[in-house]
Design a protein. Sequence first.
Length: 64
Amino acid sequence: MTARELEKIGVKPFDALHIASAEFKGVDVFLTTDKKLINATRNTDVTVKVLNPAVWLMEVLYNE
């Protein structure tokens, strides 16, 4: 998704730019503690997983 598309679904401009850039570069996971950002990107076409660092760590530790 582009930054503008992300903004349309309620993502703040700088966050939208960061996620769009991460998606463009093929990043697998975008870590943030911003609950609004995590919720805004859930159930969208964003290919980057947007996760809380603690949730990501639990996934890594217990899904090996």
